[in-house]
Design a protein around this ligand. Structure first.
Ligand code: CO
Length: 444
C-alpha cells in the first residue's frame, strides 16, 4: 500500500514521468522496492559547461537530479569540433533522458547510443560520454564512494604516468626528458622537430624545405631518420632504464611503419604509438611478424569495429582509446576487461584536450584494472585547478585519485565562466593541413 502510494506520487511528480511506458513504470517500482521504498533520483536537467582555461576547449556535461545538491559531471571534450557537442547534448540527449532515474547507467548508455540510429561518430560519442560519466559520478556520490570503489576497488596504489619531452633539436628533447626523470617519471615520450618541416609533437627547426606549395610541409623519410637519431641519442644520454615512448602519429605508409618499428627495435621502446592510421590497421600483422617493438594504438578509434580485431588477435600491446571519444566509462571498462583476457594493456589517451573530469575518469579506471599499462600525463594549470576543484594529484611520476565520492571533483562555474571558449582562433580550433612537398595532404 505504502509502496503503491509512493509510486503514484513519483509518477505524478513530473509530466514526463507520466509518459513512461507501463513496463518502465513497473521496473521503476521494482527499483524503488529494492531501494527500500526510497524514490530513485531522476534526471531534472542536463547542462553543458564550456571553458578554455589553458587554450584547449573543454566541454563537461552536468546532470542535475531532483534531489537537492545531487549532481554529477562527465567529460564530453572534442576540441577540434568543440561547438558541436553542446547542441548534441541539449537538442538530442536531454529530451530523451529528462525524467529518467539516474541509477540505470547501462540502460541509458544503450538508449543514447541507439537513439541516433547511425552510431559511432565523434560528436555523438562525446555527448554520450558526458552523460555516462556524469551518471557514474552521481552513483558514486549516492554510494558515498569514489568511482574506483564501485568498479571493484584499487588494484594499485597510484597510476604510473608518462610525460611529454619535446624540442626543436635532439639536445633540447634530451634535456627536457632529464627534467621529467628528475621529477621521478620513469616513462617519457620523446618527440623532436624535423628541420624545415611540420613534424608532430615538437616545434619546427631550420629553414623550410623546398615544396611546390606554401602550406606546412612534411616529408616522411626525413622524419623517420630524425626520430631514429633521437632514439639513439636518448639511449646514449638517458641510459638503459628510462622507458621511452614515441608517437609516429600515423604519418608513415604501411611499409615505412614496418621499417620504422623494425629499425627502432634496438632502442627498446616502451611502445611505438600510432605507427599506422586507423584505415591501415590490417598492417599491424606485418609489423608483428618483423619485430618485437611494442605497439600502441587507439586514440583515433570510435567504435568496437576498430579495436576488437586488434585486441582479439593480440596485434597491439597497448590500447589507447580516448575515453570520451569512445562513449565514456561504460564502454571503456568493458574493453579494458576484454583486454585483460588477451593481456593487452591500457594507455588511455590523456593529453590537454581531455578535461580534468575525463582525466579523473581514466585514473579511477586505471586504479581498478589489472591490465593497466601506463597513463598519459598532462599537468593542470592554476586556472584549471580553480575551476575543477579536487583534480587528481601527481607526485613522483604517479597520480593519485581523490578519495571523495564520485570523481571527487566539484566545478566552480563562476570560475569556468572567466575562461569562455574563444571564437577568434583560426578554423575555430579545427586543425589545418599538412602536405608532402608535391602538395598531397598527409594525415596528421
Ligand atoms: Co598520439
Amino acid at each position: 500500500m505504502r509502496r503503491r502510494e509512493l509510486f503514484r506520487a513519483a509518477l505524478a511528480s513530473t509530466a514526463v514521468a507520466a509518459m513512461l511506458s507501463k513496463k518502465e513504470a513497473f521496473a521503476q517500482e521494482a527499483t524503488a522496492k529494492a531501494a527500500r521504498g526510497m524514490a530513485m533520483p531522476k534526471i531534472k536537467d542536463i547542462q553543458v559547461i564550456e571553458c578554455a582555461p589553458k587554450g584547449s576547449r573543454l566541454t563537461v556535461v552536468k546532470i542535475v537530479t531532483d534531489q537537492d545538491g545531487l549532481h554529477g559531471y562527465g567529460c564530453a571534450t572534442f576540441t577540434q569540433r568543440a561547438d558541436l557537442i553542446k547542441p548534441a547534448v541539449e537538442l538530442y540527449l536531454k529530451p530523451l533522458l529528462i525524467g529518467r532515474t539516474v541509477d540505470r547507467i547501462e540502460d541509458i548508455w544503450q538508449m543514447s547510443y541507439d537513439s541516433s540510429y547511425w552510431k559511432n561518430g565523434p560528436v555523438e560519442n562525446n555527448a554520450i560520454s558526458g552523460v555516462d560519466q556524469a551518471l557514474w559520478d552521481i552513483k558514486g556520490r549516492m554510494a558515498d564512494m569514489p568511482v574506483y570503489q564501485l568498479l571493484g576497488g584499487k588494484a594499485r596504489e597510484a597510476v604510473d604516468l608518462y610525460a611529454h619531452a619535446e624540442g626543436s633539436e635532439i639536445g633540447e628533447t634530451i634535456e627536457n626528458a632529464k627534467k621529467f626523470m628528475a621529477q621521478g617519471f620513469r616513462h617519457v615520450r620523446i618527440q623532436v622537430g624535423v628541420p624545415g618541416m611540420a613534424g608532430y609533437g615538437a616545434r619546427q627547426a631550420g629553414q623550410r624545405i623546398p615544396a611546390i606549395h606554401n602550406e606546412p610541409v612534411f616529408e616522411r623519410e626525413a622524419a623517420m631518420r630524425r626520430a631514429l637519431a633521437l632514439f639513439e641519442a636518448a639511449r646514449k644520454e638517458l641510459g638503459p632504464e628510462i622507458e621511452l615512448i614515441h608517437d609516429a602519429h600515423e604519418r608513415y605508409t604501411p611499409t615505412e611503419a614496418v621499417q620504422f618499428a623494425k629499425l627502432a627495435e634496438q632502442y627498446r621502446l616502451f611502445y611505438l604509438e600510432d605507427a599506422l592510421s586507423p584505415e591501415d590497421i590490417e598492417w599491424f600483422r606485418n609489423i608483428r611478424q618483423q619485430c618485437t617493438t611494442p605497439l600502441a594504438m587507439g586514440e583515433l578509434f570510435n567504435s568496437p569495429h576498430e579495436w576488437t580485431p586488434l585486441i582479439k588477435d593480440r596485434l597491439i600491446d597497448y590500447m589507447r582509446m580516448h575515453i570520451s571519444q569512445m562513449g565514456g566509462l561504460t564502454p571503456a571498462r568493458k574493453v579494458a576487461a576484454m583486454g585483460e583476457i588477451m593481456n593487452v594493456r591500457t594507455a588511455w589517451h590523456g593529453p590537454g584536450d581531455v578535461s580534468p573530469i575525463g582525466h579523473a575518469a581514466m585514473v579511477h579506471l586505471d586504479l581498478n584494472i589489472t591490465n593497466f599499462g601506463i597513463q598519459e600525463y598532462t599537468p593542470f594549470n592554476d586556472a584549471e585547478k580553480a575551476i575543477f576543484k579536487g583534480t587528481p594529484e601527481t607526485r613522483g611520476g604517479y597520480t593519485y585519485a581523490s578519495d571523495k565520492p564520485g570523481w571527487g571533483i566539484e566545478i566552480d562555474e563562476a570560475e569556468a565562466a572567466k575562461h569562455p571558449f574563444r571564437r577568434d582562433q583560426p578554423l575555430n580550433g579545427g586543425w589545418g593541413v599538412v602536405r608532402l612537398p608535391d602538395g598531397q595532404v598527409v594525415k596528421q
